[in-house]
Design a protein around this ligand. Structure first.
Ligand code: F6P
Length: 340
């Protein structure tokens, strides 16, 4: 069997572990693996790389993706869908395993509807894909964000200033919620709960009054109750997502003005996405890769592998991409207990 693989969207620690697992299992079962470079761009242009044992040697602990990635959306291009189908046909690809988030898997869903045998693997550090308990990459990002908060506590307390940490999380505040809880943040602000600026300032003030300095953890997608996203540029990607970033800096100057104490913003940005994956992410990614290969061999299509409890299961791609997994109110209420 000839299996095509690609990685699409933002990179994520653990992608190489998935690739390695698919290739290792394929070699064992006598399959051939074709890697498409840079996500859907590689499929559109027929840009491929043969994936054999040598190609995956040593990549398990490496961040990023050896295949490269892009946010190319074939369906945003004239005749793009047909070009993808033509490449798969020309290269004799029997099944495709796209590894990606909501956008990449959205394209996968359309291809499955067009008759391509597709098994998706979910990926995003934001952990906002529905139908899976966790996505790999999230645990690594969480580790980076938590370590940053731990470090910021000591410098903040020494200087008696507020430190605002902006973390990733466009629509869902999972990284902020978990890192804020693990790191003992004074306030955690997430996209799902528009925040009241007065309440944020009050929590910071209370923290100063107790003799310590506040740490505010804010998702890049968090918005004030009476405002909108803070954007550095208005630039959009091929899936129509605007580039976020800037809420941390805006909040830091506001808190400084209102508390009368110095404030600094730290934007963790792509540090959360780069580097070596945590053991949890390596194991989850490896199990996803093995399960995707099994699903292809079982003749499945239009499905995605997912983590439910400790089991890897298959779910319909349509179910996985129908809605995002947002932070429920009761999970936010748990971290609110520690505000101030
Ligand atoms: O989707 C994951 C994510 O990390 C989002 O939280 C963030 O908005 C986006 O990627 C930024 O990615 P890039 O800088 O690659 O466009």
């Amino acid at each position: 069997m000839r299996i095509g693989i690609l990685t699409g969207g933002g990179d994520c620690p653990g992608l190489n572990a998935v690739i390695r697992a698919i290739v290792r299992k394929s070699v064992q079962s006598g399959d051939e693996v074709v890697g498409f470079r840079d996500g859907w761009r590689g499929v559109l242009e027929g840009d491929t790389v043969p994936m054999d044992l040598a190609a995956v040697r040593g990549i398990l602990p490496r961040g990023g993706t050896v295949l490269g990635t892009s946010r190319t959306n074939p369906y945003a291009l004239q005749g793009g869908g047909d070009r993808v189908l033509a490449t798969l046909e020309r290269l004799g690809v029997d099944a495709l395993i796209p590894i990606g988030g909501e956008d990449t898997l959205g394209v996968a869903t359309k291809l499955a509807e067009a008759g391509v045998r597709v098994v998706g693997v979910p990926k995003t550090i934001d952990n906002d894909l529905d139908a899976t308990d966790y996505t790999f990459g999230f645990d690594t990002a969480l580790g980076v964000a938590t370590e940053a908060i731990d470090r910021l506590h000591t410098t903040g307390d020494s200087h008696h200033r507020t430190l605002v940490v902006e973390v990733m999380g466009r629509h869902a505040g999972w990284i902020a919620l978990h890192a804020g809880m693990a790191g003992g943040a004074t306030v955690v602000l997430i996209p799902e709960q528009p925040f009241d600026v007065d309440a944020v300032v009050e929590h910071c003030q209370r923290r100063f009054d107790s003799g310590y300095s506040p740490i505010v953890v804010v998702s890049e997608g968090a918005k004030p109750k009476d405002g909108d996203w803070v954007l550095t540029t208005g630039e959009k990607d091929a899936f129509g997502h605007v580039r976020l970033g800037g809420i941390g800096t805006a909040l830091a100057s506001l808190i400084e003005e209102r508390t009368g104490r110095e404030s600094r913003a730290v934007v963790l940005g792509h540090i959360q996405r780069g580097g070596t994956p945590s053991p949890f992410d390596r194991v989850l990614a490896t199990r996803f890769g093995l399960a995707a290969h099994d699903a292809v061999h079982a003749g499945e299509t239009g499905v995605m592998v997912a983590l439910r409890g400790t089991d890897i299961v298959r779910v319909a791609l349509t179910e996985a991409t129908a809605q995002l997994k947002l932070v429920p109110v009761e999970r936010y209420a748990e971290v609110e207990v520690f505000f101030g």
